[in-house]
Design a protein around this ligand. Structure first.
Ligand SMILES: [Zn+2]
Ligand SMILES: [Zn+2]
Length: 378
């Protein structure tokens, strides 16, 4: 890079920290205003003072911890197996586009658990990183990298929100919302006193007023953002997927990764409930491959028309449904690395278990149809 180019990039990197600095300063001021000016200076009741200070510090600590983890957890990038080999890159350079280009990519992606495609049905490939994009992975133009299960690039944390820190981001939203609601609720009576001239004429009264305004304003914006992300988690969607549904081999499927409410929740928060409220990593999977609900509807819902019975019938009768079912990878579900290389016409031997899930993989080479039926053992 030319010196002026790298200089501009360095300046841009510094500028990206301004929103984080703004939140940091706001948080520092809110600590001084709430703990110092409101609790210590203005509250007269000792009991109220102690309870407010304890709850406040607890929320403050959780807020700072989850915010810190969201900012400083590095986003995860696709593993080595998704990168093209030197020979494959050379071949691609000779065939910049067209059918041969796609053939090279298809061959390279043969053993990879990639089930999503571009809008035109092609293999998702990142020219910039020279790799085959895993499902739910996107290239971030700010980070200039491919980010696993990318949600969005967040300027308020100066980081990409994705597989590695999505849980931290959700907790950051939740604790910052609780922090603002708590401040607004406990500050309200002093805020009213301000307008009815019930407060002594000190500088504390202005801190109390601004604190209420700021807390109420942030509560409104945070609750809408947090509500939106709760909905996304319940549907197992990323922000990017909410705007553009993922395309599978059989077509677009807006609920392609949804496994039903409780399983969707566990995908982000993990199986152990004691870790749910803490910003420690507990999400399920490796970020490169994701289980999907394959039989049209959520398996948890009894209204599922296909249910388990037709799937088992298929398994026994070796008959495939005329309409392709929802496909999936199953690194999370099967123990085997790959099943696509199997030369037998019908392979129903690969059965894997994880998280109380059982997956059967059937493959018919001639029809080039793969039915991946997953059923809940419980
Ligand atoms: Zn990329
Ligand atoms: Zn980014």
């Amino acid at each position: 890079l030319a010196p002026s180019h790298s200089g501009a990039r360095r300046w841009r990197r510094i500028l990206y920290w301004i929103p984080v600095l703004f939140i940091g300063l706001l948080l520092g001021w809110s600590y001084y205003a709430y703990a110092g000016q409101l609790c210590v200076v203005s509250m007269e009741n000792i009991g109220e003072q102690v309870v407010c200070l304890i709850v406040y510090h607890l929320l403050f600590a959780m807020f700072v911890w989850s915010y810190w983890k969201t900012i400083f957890t590095l986003p995860m990038n696709p593993s080595k197996e998704f990168h093209l080999s030197y020979a494959e890159k050379e071949l691609l350079e000779r065939e910049p586009r067209g059918e041969t280009h796609q053939e090279i990519l298809k061959r390279a992606a043969r053993d990879l658990p990639v089930y999503t495609r571009t809008m035109s049905g092609a293999i998702r490939y990142c020219d910039r990183c020279q790799l085959i994009k895993p499902d739910r992975c996107h290239h971030c133009s700010v980070c200039d990298k491919c980010i696993l299960k990318m949600d969005h690039h967040c300027p308020w944390v100066n980081n990409c929100v994705g597989f590695s820190n999505y849980k931290f981001f959700l907790l950051f939203l939740a604790y910052s919302l609780l922090y603002c609601l708590f401040i607004a609720a406990t500050d309200l009576q002093y805020f009213i006193k301000f307008w009815t001239n019930g407060l002594p004429d000190t500088q504390a009264k202005f801190h109390i007023m601004f604190l209420f305004f700021a807390a109420a304003m942030f509560s409104v914006s945070l609750s809408s953002l947090f509500g939106y992300h709760c909905w996304l988690v319940s549907k197992n969607k990323s922000t990017l997927e909410a705007f553009r549904s993922p395309v599978f081999r059989h077509g677009t499927d807006k609920n392609g990764f949804s496994l039903g409410f409780s399983k969707n929740l566990r995908q982000v928060f993990g199986d152990e409930k004691k870790y749910w409220p803490l910003p420690v990593f507990s999400s399920l999977g490796d970020g490169c491959s994701f289980p999907t609900c394959l039989v049209n509807q959520d398996l948890e819902q009894p209204s599922t028309p296909a249910g388990l019975t037709p799937a088992i019938k298929n398994l026994e009768g070796h008959q495939f449904p005329s309409k392709p079912l929802r496909e999936s990878q199953s690194h999370l579900l099967t123990d085997s690395q790959s099943w696509t290389d199997n030369s037998t016409n019908l392979d129903k031997g690969k059965v894997g278990k994880k998280d109380n899930l059982c997956s059967f993989v059937l493959k018919d080479e001639k029809l080039n149809l793969m039915v991946h039926v997953k059923c809940d053992l419980l």
